[in-house]
Each structure stands twice: as C-alpha cells, then as structure tokens.
Design a protein around this ligand. Structure first.
Ligand code: FAD
Ligand code: NAD
Length: 367
C-alpha cells in the first residue's frame, strides 16, 4: 500500500485495486471513510483516459489512468456506504485479458486538498430552454454518457464558454426541474440531466452568450464546488431561507431536501426578496407548496413594487428579519441560509449577528 505525505494532515489515505472478468474491469477504491455516497464520486472517461475523483472531507482522491485497452462508453459506479468502498465497473470493448490497468497520469493515486485539484470540465449538451420569468430561463443540460456526476445539495458548478477567443467561467447552481419533482421520486443515481435557473442580463458578459446557444450545442461544466454540508441539517427544527433574486437557486434543493429527509423539521420559512412581482421565480409553485405542506411558510418582499402591491416592501432590514426569524420553540435548533447580491448577503449577515444568531446557525452561499 502506498502512503502519501500529504495525507498526514487529512483523512487516512485511500487505496485502490482492480480485477477483471472476460467482459469487465472493476476498479475498487477503499476510501477508509464511512460517510461516502454516490455524490462523492465523479468519474469521466475520455479517449483512452479514465479519471475518478472521490471527495473525502476537504480532500480529493484521484484515480487517473491511461487505460491499457479500450472500454465501452458507459460504465457503472457502486458505493458500499457502510464500508466506504467504491466499485467502478468498466465494460471491455474486446474480451481479452488485461495484463495491467494502464499507466498513471497526473496525480494518479494521490490524496490532495480539494482546493488544489483545479476544476475539471466535461462538455454537456443543451437539451431544452424554457422561459420562467421575463428574464429567467430554465436550462436543461445533459451529461455525456462517459461521465458520472451528481451535484450535492447546496453546491454549484462552473460553466465555461469561449467568448471572442477568451475562456470565460461563471458559477451556476443546479436546481430540480420543478419544486415538486424531488418529492415524486428520489433523484436517480445515474441522472443524466441537470437543470439550472439562469437570469439573462442583456448587458452581461456571459449570460447573453449562454442564451444564444442552440438546442444540441455544448457548454463545459465543472465538478461541484461549495462548502454547504448536508450534516448542517442534522436534528434541525427550524430552517429559515433568505433569498434575493437568483439567490433563490441554492434554496430549491435545500428546501426539497429538508422537507423530504429531515424528520426533526418543524418549520421551513422562505423570505424571498425581489424587485417586482414579475421577477418572482416559480411564484405559483411556491404558493402551492405552502398550501400543501403546513411546515412551509412563504413571504415575498419587493424593493420596487407597483402601487397595488400590499405585501412587504423594501430591502432586508432589522424590522423585517426580527419578525420573520421566530423560532418555533425557544430551544429549536435553527439554520438560516442566505443568498443574493453581495450587498444583500453582507447586510443580512450583519443583521443576523446583531440578532444574536451564532456562526453555526448561519450559512451564506458564495463562490
Ligand atoms: P455580468 O457581466 O457579470 O453582469 C451582470 C449585470 O451587472 C449586468 O446587468 C451588467 O450590465 C451589470 N454590470 C457588470 N459590470 C458592472 C459594473 N462594473 N458596474 C455596474 N454594473 C455592472 N446566476 C443565475 O442566474 N443562476 C444561478 O444558479 C447562479 N448561481 C450562482 C452561484 C454562485 C456560487 C455565484 C457566485 C453566482 C451565481 N450566479 C447565478 C450568478 C452568475 O454566476 C453570474 O454572475 C451571472 O449569470 C451574471 O453573469 P454575466 O456575465 O451575464 O453578467
Ligand atoms: P436583483 O437585482 O433582481 O435584486 C433582488 C433583490 O436583492 C432586490 O429586490 C433587493 O431586495 C436585494 N438587493 C439588491 N441590491 C441590494 C442592495 N444593494 N442592498 C440590499 N439589498 C439589495 O438580483 P439578481 O440580479 O437576481 O442578482 C442575484 C445575485 O445573487 C447575483 O449577484 C448572483 O451572483 C447572486 N447569486 C449567488 C449565488 C451563490 O453565491 N451561491 C447563487 C445564485 C445567485
């Protein structure tokens, strides 16, 4: 077994092995961690190289090999959670016996801090694009068959496009195709479609180019990033979501996950800040959800409403927050998630500290 100098500060170093049958080659990764699930493994097969990145706490363990023989396009990934074992089954193109798996490529069999791994991209195809509001669209992208990737709740990816000869990269947060889809059925482990709610800024650098893509065109999409952890939901009783404009996007999966998977949950409250009624994303879906699920409450706050608006007005403020952030029990375990334009998030964070919420009770979504 190989030991890694870098592993000294991090989790104990994973190792791998491989075996074959006539038709397949299986790579087995022993992570030596218990909390490994399918979200933790991102695998790509490109030309003759195979790359599998396993996220273990703040580290990445890489398998990166130029395979000795050809394999078929699709492959499968299985995780045995209680022992932290990952099995990647590759299908051989020809039924010959492999003498070796292949030769190592950059960083193969190494455990490196996630921040040092760099972003890895694969090309995803635009499948559909639908209007959601006057300037927001729901984009559906398809992962290539040679990629296994699931974006964990609360994380984002980077898109990359070449615009007038320069590579431009911007972050986007996957959502579900509707607020109700995650309740119908659990996300399939090999889900090939990723949905994004994206606001098109006519004077923006990136989004007009994205909007010009035709169905069938490609955009490069990175591995997931972000520091939100599902463990922040443990024993959670009250979840407060403060979203402004497209800052709603990380709340979509957070909301669905909490309502579906957290038995201790009593209350989820979303305060959604927008300029006008026309800017509210998925308003009728949100209202339907609030009607259907008594644990979910919803409040809209508009900064530039018409005179007919009789709901809350203005920006985020001490008055609006202190009234909204009432614990359902004095001792309730709470989590407050906040996301929106930088001044909104900064002001909100300051107000939350003034209201005596601790660091552990607040998560702000940033890049
Ligand atoms: P930009 O070129 O950045 O311009 C945006 C607007 O600002 C335009 O109206 C432009 O005219 C104006 N502007 C630009 N520069 C200036 C300036 N100097 N002074 C004044 N005005 C200026 N967005 C989504 O829609 N959906 C998501 O899911 C999403 N997820 C995100 C996740 C993360 C972690 C982060 C950090 C951001 C996310 N965003 C999301 C925002 C996204 O990354 C881009 O910032 C956004 O799409 C704007 O890109 P753009 O290049 O088109 O616009
Ligand atoms: P917007 O301009 O439509 O504004 C929405 C609301 O934000 C306003 O109604 C107001 O209540 C509040 N707001 C705006 N400017 C403010 C200010 N100066 N002070 C206080 N409150 C203010 O918003 P948008 O165009 O949809 O932009 C959304 C922002 O959210 C973008 O900057 C985007 O980068 C960010 N975002 C971040 C993430 C993330 O970090 N994970 C995810 C999605 C979006």
């Amino acid at each position: 077994q190989v030991t890694h100098p870098l592993a000294k500060e991090g989790p104990s170093s994973p190792s791998y092995d491989w075996f074959q049958t006539d038709a397949s080659v299986t790579i087995v990764i022993y992570t030596k961690q218990k909390d490994i699930n399918l979200d933790s493994v991102i695998a790509d097969h490109r030309d003759d190289s195979f790359r599998a990145e396993t996220v273990i706490k703040d580290y990445s363990y890489l398998i990166h090999i130029a395979l000795s023989h050809e394999i078929q396009e699709d492959f499968s990934v299985r995780v045995v959670e209680n022992v932290g074992k990952i099995e990647i089954v590759l299908k051989k193109k020809e039924n010959t016996s492999w003498k070796c798996l292949g030769h190592p490529l950059e960083n193969h069999n190494s455990l490196i801090p996630k921040k040092d791994t760099g972003l890895y991209y694969r090309k995803c195809q635009l499948i559909s694009k639908e209007d959601v509001t006057h300037d927001m669209k729901l984009f559906c992208l398809m992962l290539p068959p040679s990629t296994r990737l699931q974006v964990p709740t609360g994380q984002h990816v980077y898109f990359k496009l070449t615009i007038t000869g320069t590579e431009i990269v911007k972050p986007y947060t996957p959502v579900s195709d509707s607020l109700f889809s995650e309740f119908k059925e659990p996300v399939l482990p090999n889900n090939k479609y990723i949905y994004f709610l994206i606001k098109i800024y006519p004077a923006g650098l990136f989004t007009p180019e994205l909007d010009h893509l035709q169905i069938g065109d490609y955009v490069s999409v990175s591995n997931p990033e972000g520091n939100f952890k599902i463990s922040q939901f443990q024993e959670l009783e009250d979840l407060f979501l403060l979203a402004a404009g497209t800052g709603f996007t990380p709340m979509v999966k957070v909301l669905s996950y909490a309502l579906t998977n957290i038995p201790s949950l009593r209350k989820v409250k979303l305060m959604f800040f927008n300029k006008t009624e026309d800017d509210i994303i998925w308003r009728s879906q949100l209202e339907k959800l609030a009607f259907k699920d008594k644990r979910f409450d919803l409040e809209f706050v508009l900064s530039a409403p018409t005179s007919e608006w009789n709901g809350k007005r203005g920006y985020i403020s001490p008055a609006v927050l202190s009234e909204f952030l009432k614990r359902s029990l004095v001792t309730s375990k709470v989590l407050i998630c906040i996301c929106g334009p930088m001044p909104f998030t900064e002001q909100g964070m300051k107000l939350l500290h003034d209201l005596n919420f601790s660091k552990d009770e607040i998560h702000s979504f940033t890049a």
